[in-house]
Design a protein around this ligand. Sequence first.
Ligand SMILES: [Zn+2]
Ligand SMILES: [Zn+2]
Length: 346
Amino acid sequence: MRAVVYESLNTMVVTDRPIPQPGPQQVLIETAAVGICGTDLHVLQGEFEGTVFPIVPGHEATGRVLAVGPGVEGITPGDHVVVAPATSCNKCELCLMGKGNLCRKWAGIGMVDTDGASQQQFLAAAELVYTLKPETDLNHAALIEPIACVIHAYDLIDTKLGQHYLVYGSGTIGLLVAQLALRVGAASVTVVDISKDRLKTAQELGFTELFTSADDSSRDEWDIVIDCTGVIKAIEDGIPRVKPGGTFLHFGVAPVEARAQYSPFRLFRDEITILGTMAVHQSFGRAVEMFEAGAINPVPLISHSFAIEDYDKALEMFQAGTGRKVQIRPNDTQSRVLLDLSPAGA
Ligand SMILES: [Zn+2]
Ligand SMILES: [Zn+2]
């Protein structure tokens, strides 16, 4: 079978690999779709904590079960599944406190030392495999992993009905955050992105408060401000716009060395809460439920799928930011344009 392998720092090949056999508590899956996200690039560029090369990337994955190893219960060949990426040690203080996503030995498939899903078939630990309804679209369902990250973020916010939300970034995460804001009771959702093209996706999803700068909004305070860019300019723009008693959430991943400025006095005087959120935490099963309940519209989010031989083109498009969500479909021999993003088509 064909597999994408990150061989070493910044070196990637598509190569033949033997089909793996499922061991105890393992499931062999024929890959349907794998989303590409910034983490894949960080892994390739050696910016991800703990990566051991060579590694097969890919952690936003769905597929069909081909075989199960000894001891696997409740999963049978033919099942449509989505795979949660992360494991933690289950032994350290953080794990025992129920904060496994903060474990120092946190590991995700395709990120640290376990191969991911950018190959025609892949192995997953049975405890990370979630069964989908047979009618659930396996390509769209590759968004469940980022949805699980967003649900964890909402777990951290003290949400109330009737609040106003400001979201920085109109990419996949920003638009999942915006769509789920409606589910946690937002009175309004404002989306800011410096790119008019990216705001178009938000418009297709039905959002109307869309700006290239929050200055252009008629509102000047929001209960909840969520940064999905990791860009310092956006973060420093957003924190002063939090209403007294409100919350700012860091979702976007800023560079490790980056520093942002804010007024500690303002945080004191107005009791502003600043939060961080890290990956998925006890939220994957709920992400499956919310996705299958139709809580998000996946169609405008996924713009291109690539055959495995074109993996490098998918990464290039991701880096150039010319697509929306870009996927690898390792068992599809064709690369496909799913949405016409040309000015005439959009
Ligand atoms: Zn990801
Ligand atoms: Zn741990």
